[in-house]
Design a protein around this ligand. Structure first.
Ligand code: EPZ
Length: 426
């Protein structure tokens, strides 16, 4: 297994190109299951999770062609997806257990074929992560769903019907699943208390290009008119706001000066506000977002919430930054119940963090020291890389495959800005 070695102490300076959003791309790829026409996606990041989604969709019968950027999008991959015929309605355990986002095929398969068999994803390093809301929403649209042998076995022999469904809790994945099911359902679907993440908006805009009338985009009530057939469409994936926030925090950690090219500040206002309160300067530029820091870092309190709140996917990175701030910071995680797996590893590097239920009290320390560390999910892993950039001596990051799921060429992007970082093979 690969490792990454980082020697701390270098300031990051230069440009970092922000990739297309992983969490926007995954549902957009699944939308190809809804139609027999071509769906062209530009600005797709090159990541292990995208490869896993290609594997899953291919076995459902989606023909996928991966090319380099065209149409003026010289960055990322361009994927052309077409599903002339669904060859299998089963999403097998072996793929779903590797990547939970696989459950997004449930709504689309059910809507198009009237049947789907999708493995339950099981537990996860950041919490229990049930799929009850996906199931309840599809049932409200007329689906019959049983659990059998670890699989969700779903049928809609007479097709899905538009319905009004109010999510009892905001869920990104369940909102996406129901949006795709609604696209081919008979009649109108109204989703209340829907997730409002920019990735949801990106999916809604792509569905609209595919000929599905969607209104309420960007609000907590989405209204989707089902259609009989979708059209061919071309869509450019939004920049990754979590990758943007991650590099902003890495630059701030080293008191660096970097332009995040292709980034959109409007997609990360809550994180930008917390970073500004901590003493980081974020400025919109013609090419993206410029990050610098004039003075020291201050401790700030942060609470994760669904969008437009502070994202849970930046909580670990913010904590890494706060380990070196002046004063204390209270970091509260309200989205997932056990997303503090990075804390013991940060402590091994000299951080002072105490957990009280869903909050972590971080007291800034004058220095961190390099160590051998590993993490259990990709955001926790990258938080250790951020800590390593400011630590004294060498840090070796183990289980790098977590990083490869969500960060495209992390070591190249950081090295190009002056970080002392290398991937150790094998
Ligand atoms: C998406 O996961 C993201 N993944 C996650 O990013 C992100 O952390 C999360 O949204 C929250 O923003 C993708 O987009 C592929 P949820 P998702 O359903 O859709 C509970 C990363 O690092 N819940 O919004 O699975 C759930 O347990 C990943 O890139 C139910 O109770 O998240 C959690 O507490 C990690 N029942 C909360 O809702 C359900 O049926 C939010 O989960 C579904 C969810």
């Amino acid at each position: 297994m690969d490792r990454i070695r980082i020697k701390g102490g270098r300031q990051l300076k230069g440009d970092i190109r922000i990739s297309g959003s992983k969490n926007a791309t995954l549902p957009l790829m699944v939308a190809a299951l809804l139609s027999d026409k071509k769906l062209v996606l530009h600005n797709v990041p090159r990541l292990a999770d995208i490869t896993t989604m290609i594997q899953l969709l291919s076995q459902h019968g989606v023909e996928i062609d991966a090319g380099t950027g065209e149409n003026g999008h010289a960055h990322g991959t361009t994927l052309t997806l077409q599903t002339r015929r669904i060859s299998s309605t089963t999403a097998p355990y072996d793929i779903v257990r590797k990547m939970r986002a696989s459950v997004l095929v449930l709504g689309a398969l059910l809507a198009r074929e009237g049947a789907a068999r999708v493995s339950l994803p099981g537990g996860c390093a950041i919490g229990a992560r049930p799929v009850d809301l996906h199931i309840a929403g599809l049932r409200a649209m007329g689906a019959e769903i049983d659990i059998d042998g670890g699989y969700m076995v779903a049928r809609a022999p007479k097709g899905l019907k538009g319905a009004r469904y109010t999510f009892p809790k905001v869920s990104v994945g369940a909102t996406e699943n129901l949006m795709m099911a609604a696209a081919l359902a008979k009649g109108t679907t109204v989703l209340d208390n829907a997730a409002r993440e920019p990735e949801i908006t990106d999916l809604a805009e792509c569905l609209a290009k595919m000929g599905v009338p969607v209104s309420g985009i960007g609000t907590e009530t989405l209204v989707i008119e089902g259609v009989e057939q979708l059209k061919a469409a071309t869509h450019t994936v939004i920049p990754d706001r979590i990758e943007t926030g991650t590099y902003a925090m890495a630059v701030a950690m080293t008191a660096g000066d970097v332009e995040l090219v292709g980034a959109r500040l409007d997609l990360m206002e809550a994180a930008a506000q917390s970073l500004r309160a901590a003493g980081v300067v974020l400025e919109k530029t013609n090419r993206g977002v410029h990050i610098s820091r004039a003075n020291g870092l201050h401790g700030v309190d942060v609470m994760t919430e669904p969008y437009p709140g502070f994202p849970t996917d930046l909580q670990a990175q913010m904590m890494a930054l706060m380990t070196r701030a002046e004063g204390a910071s209270m970091i509260t995680e309200t989205v997932f119940e056990s997303r503090f797996m990075h804390v013991p590893e940060l402590s091994r590097m000299g951080a002072n963090v105490t957990i009280h239920h869903e909050s972590a009290l971080v007291r800034g320390v004058p220095k961190l020291r390099g160590a051998d560390v590993m993490a259990t999910d990709l955001r926790a892993s990258v938080s250790l890389a951020i800590a390593a950039l400011a630590a004294e001596g060498d840090t070796t990051l183990h289980r790098v495959y977590h990083l490869d799921r969500g960060y495209e060429r992390l070591e190249d992007k950081l090295a190009a800005c002056g970080a002392d970082i290398e991937r150790l093979k094998g």
